[in-house]
Design a binder for this molecule. Structure first.
Ligand code: AHM
Ligand code: MG
Length: 332
């Protein structure tokens, strides 16, 4: 049995110039995850489910647990002094940490503290997503938006925590994807899946088909392709959609599938946010041998211009994403 803490320290020795700051950062996320996990588990018992009575900058209703998860992670990250600042789905603007150590910290973090939170009230899995970059502003100078507006291929590390039938933390630092299952009886994340890879072929497609008539033609054609009978490609594929990105991605990663949130008549650039939803999941997907695209181009190469920018998102088994891209190209 190996714990997440042990695993991180072991990996740190593979980088001769490592200072331990990234390990401390991941450890802060681990602590935040344990606290969020504890509160999600008793969500039906205490007054923490439901709306907070406020909206975020994107006009979405904030749930009490969204706000709680945001504050918890922010506090855990600030306390270690290894993060210069954060950007979050629940914060209108970026947050620059004020303590002395943070001014000299070399990392910035982007996060969706509780993704899929509309599922909490009905006891369906939700997740935390995080993305870590080196600051680009020289140490000692105040960080600014440009430290956060970096293309996804510059990520140093990324991952998610899924609060599901068990709680798991899945992360990458660019050397494969590793997953740790939380044992609540001892309060420890234990290595359960080392070097996770997508299956070579998949047969699951995940998309909110209720919006079918609002999808681009390429996506409609791809859905029909998924539903057709074909023995060679083992179609029809099966449809699975939880409506919680982390859970849908996690299942597709382990079982083989594609997740799509395209641009729609309602969301001209898709619904998901590039910096703290698409990029970290795209980094994990590529590290697991999968692919992530906006329908035409590699997600990790998009140059962001806004903190809360959205992007269409196609992610999963490489061959499935490539098939979907072919339909997008043919019917654009
Ligand atoms: P959120 O960040 O407000 O929770 O929204 C993101 C979520 C994803 O987890 C999920 O895949 C998607 O929104 C579901 O959207 P829809 O209900 O439109 O299918
Ligand atoms: Mg979200």
């Amino acid at each position: 049995m190996k714990t997440l803490g042990e695993f991180i320290i072991e990996k740190q020795h593979e980088f001769p110039h490592a200072t331990g700051e990234l390990s401390a950062l991941l450890s802060a996320i681990k602590l935040g995850a344990k606290i969020i996990n504890r509160d999600i588990n008793k969500a039906g018992l205490v007054d923490i489910i439901g709306a907070n009575g406020s909206s975020n900058i994107q006009g979405e209703t904030q749930m009490k647990l969204d706000v709680f998860a945001n504050e918890t992670l922010k506090a855990a990250l600030e306390a270690r002094g290894v993060v210069a600042g954060i950007a979050s789905e629940e914060e209108d603007e970026l947050v620059i940490f004020g303590n002395d150590k943070a001014c000299h910290a070399k990392y910035v973090v982007l996060m969706d503290p509780l993704d899929g939170s509309s599922n909490i009230d009905v006891n369906v899995s939700v997740g935390t997503i995080f993305s870590i970059y080196h600051r680009v502003t020289p140490i000692g100078e105040p960080i600014s938006e440009k430290d956060f507006l970096q293309p996804g291929h510059q990520q140093v590390a990324a991952g998610y925590i899924i609060y599901g039938s068990s709680t798991m933390l899945v992360y990458t630092t660019g050397c494969g994807v590793h997953a740790f299952t939380y044992d609540p009886s001892i309060g420890v994340f234990c290595l359960s899946h080392e070097n996770v890879q997508f299956p070579k072929f998949g047969n699951i497609y995940s998309i909110n088909e209720g919006f079918y008539w609002k999808f681009p033609v390429g996506v409609k054609k791809y859905i029909k392709y998924c539903q057709e009978e074909d023995a060679k490609t083992k179609r029809p594929y099966t449809s699975r959609y939880i409506g919680s990105l982390v859970s849908d991605f996690h299942r597709n990663l382990l079982k083989g599938g594609i997740y799509i949130y395209p641009n729609t008549a309602q969301y001209s650039k898709g619904k998901l946010r590039l910096l703290y939803e698409c990029n970290p999941i795209a980094f994990l997907a590529e590290q697991a041998g999968g692919k992530a695209s906006d329908g035409f181009n590699r997600v990790l190469e998009i140059n962001p211009t806004e903190l809360h920018q959205r992007s269409p998102f196609f992610v999963g088994v490489k061959s499935m994403v490539e098939d979907a891209e072919k339909f997008m190209e043919e019917f654009k």
